[in-house]
Design a protein around this ligand. Structure first.
Ligand SMILES: [Mn+2]
Length: 272
């Protein structure tokens, strides 16, 4: 049995199919996704349909673009650009696709691995990661999920504190799992930069380099940071290789870190 993890797909269905073909999956293999299945690329709808219909076990954590799509259900007045999102919201099987999406986890902890979209806060231990992800998953899967989504947007609070409550608590948990890249020296989230650490002001550190990072027994697998690209370290693997910008879609086999990469063959809309 092999586990393969795929980086941010961003609506690039042709590239996804071509990459999955290359993996030559067996029936006990598992396919994990780092999230951001939708937006930017041309066909978000068929990306979800394709993954949903796969005959093997799949795990897909939610990314910030997936949450953005969910926030538009019932009120698409906030839509910026189109990028296939409108088509998904008008698809005949829209309800089924949305129901599937909102029942995905924020984090998946299994054996020696933690799968998330953007990252985990440096001081969170494994039990905390599971607990906090579950807290948000319960909200997303509740009957009042659309109301819950309304308060998710924004950059504050900046610093995690377990005493936080209500909307602020939910917002920072979601921001850490799905949007985080850099932290200030005091551990505050900073969303102003998306570039690589080499060109970044030295006052900010990537979340995985933070000085007070807990020593984990699991390897963290994440996407989201396309300028970082593929990085394979003992402690983590970064897998967003810019599919949504017409670059590459990448998969890694966890047992031996073998990498599979496809140059994007989908037409990326110029607006993205
Ligand atoms: Mn993302």
């Amino acid at each position: 049995m092999a586990i393969y993890v795929i980086g941010d797909v961003h609506g690039c269905i042709k590239t996804l199919i071509s990459l999955v073909d290359q993996l030559d999956l067996k029936k006990n293999d598992e396919l994990w996704f780092c999230g951001d299945l939708v937006n930017r690329g041309p066909d978000s709808t068929n990306c979800i349909r394709f993954i949903k219909a796969l005959k093997i076990k799949t795990v897909c954590v939610l990314g910030n673009h997936d949450l953005y799509l969910l926030s538009l259900v019932g009120d698409n007045s906030k839509m910026s650009g189109d990028c296939g999102i409108q088509a998904l919201l008008e698809a005949p099987d829209k309800n089924e696709l949305i129901e599937w999406l909102r029942h995905r986890p924020l984090a998946h902890v299994s054996g020696k691995y933690i799968l998330v979209h953007a990252g985990v806060y440096p001081t969170w231990d494994t039990a905390t990661i599971k607990e906090l992800a579950l807290e948000i998953e319960n909200d997303l899967q509740s009957a009042t999920w659309q109301r819950f989504m309304v308060n998710l947007w924004g950059n504050s609070p900046g610093i995690w504190n377990s005493e936080l409550e209500g909307k602020d608590r939910k917002r920072i948990i979601v921001n850490i799992f799905t949007r985080m890249r850099y932290l200030t020296p005091t551990g505050a989230l900073d969303f102003s930069f998306k570039n690589t650490p080499s060109v970044q002001a030295k006052t900010l550190v990537p979340w995985f380099c933070f000085s007070k990072t807990l020593r984990r027994k699991e390897r963290v697998l994440f996407g989201h940071w396309s300028s970082l690209g593929l990085l394979i370290r003992k402690e983590f693997v970064s897998l967003d290789t810019g599919c949504g910008r017409g670059e590459f879609l990448t998969a890694i086999r966890l047992s031996d870190s073998h990498v599979y990469s496809k140059k994007v063959i989908d037409d990326i809309p110029l607006t993205s």
